[in-house]
Design a protein around this ligand. Structure first.
Ligand SMILES: C[S@@+](CC[C@H](N)C(=O)[O-])C[C@H]1O[C@@H](n2cnc3c(N)ncnc32)[C@H](O)[C@@H]1O
Length: 283
């Protein structure tokens, strides 16, 4: 593990010791306490060779989550694959805001209908459904492969009966449902990286995550802007829209949100690093 960490550091990988440990634990099928309890044991040759194979992939900067096929988000273990981006810790703030909005709306909408637009592996939809047992969630994505992954995660977590997965562009898959199917809360972590920044991203992102799921066009706001135009027609009165944004997009997205919801209250929230990360619109 020490030798692997040194190799990973030399390859430019952050948190190399932890990354080496995560891969070794995956190979041995051990949790952290179990691994530390057997550090003095000799590793069997087949496990050693499996570890070396996976380490070689990480040295090529493939993300550990794609190598192990797992990533924890909001305390829940998700299956992940290159069909969708790996859920990020910053997105947990969006889930916090969605849960707070559900609490605010509870007197009016005790069984909220929540839409997760661009669900990817289902991280937001499933975190919200786990914490709101009375909620129904519609998850949309333009990628059929991402929707399939999200469906698998819903089944693994036993949440399939309260989730609906629909394929299509932004909120348009909801168009063919009746008006009473409007959402009480719309949450979206859409692509927002400006195209010009793509080449400067870490190899883990640039070479392995799906570009169409992260690249938001010339100013990064192409999809957010379109969603803001569609959202008023899909939200019930008093409902909320919650958007994840890039650290420098707060003023621009807040301005677009005020245009889309002239009577709404718009707020920009910061993540744990103090950076603008989420825009909340209470209509
Ligand atoms: C940044 S990822 C977020 C995934 C997940 N919600 C999360 O927070 O980890 C953006 C997702 O939006 C999807 N997407 C991109 N364009 C879309 C569109 N026009 N309509 C619906 N989904 C879209 C991508 O396929 C991708 O799964």
């Amino acid at each position: 593990m020490r030798a692997a960490a040194a190799d990973l550091t030399a390859a430019g990988v952050d948190d190399a010791a932890l990354e080496a440990e995560v891969i070794l634990r995956h190979v041995l099928g051990l949790d952290r306490a179990q691994l530390y309890a057997c550090l003095g044991d000799e590793i069997a040759p087949p496990a050693r060779s499996a570890f070396e194979d996976l380490l070689a992939r990480r040295l090529c900067r493939e993300p550990a989550a794609y190598i192990t096929g797992r990533r924890e988000f909001y305390g829940i273990e998700f299956e992940v694959s290159p069909a969708a981006p790996i859920p990020r810790p910053e997105t947990e703030l969006l889930v916090d805001e969605a849960l707070a909005q559900a609490r605010r709306l509870e007197p009016t909408y005790p069984e909220p209908h929540i839409a997760d637009v661009g669900t990817g592996c289902g991280a937001i939809a499933l975190a919200v459904a786990t914490h709101l047992p009375s909620a129904r969630v519609t998850a949309t994505d333009v990628s059929p492969a991402a929707l399939e992954l999200a469906r698998c995660n819903a089944a693994r977590l036993g949440l399939s009966d309260r989730l609906r997965f629909v394929h299509g562009d932004l909120l348009s898959p909801l168009d063919h449902y009746a008006r009473r199917e409007a959402a009480d809360i719309i949450a979206a972590n859409l692509p927002y990286v400006p195209s010009s920044e793509w080449d400067r991203l870490a190899p883990e992102i640039r070479c392995y995550e799906p570009r169409a799921a992260l690249d938001g066009g010339p100013d990064g706001l192409r999809l957010i802007e379109r969603l803001l135009r569609q959202a008023p027609g899909h939200l019930r009165p008093g409902g909320a829209l919650i958007l994840e944004i890039g650290y420098d997009q707060g003023p621009a997205v807040a301005g677009l949100a005020r245009q889309a919801f002239p009577g709404g209250a718009v707020a920009v929230r910061q993540d744990l690093a103090g950076l603008d990360r989420v825009v909340v619109v209470e209509t």
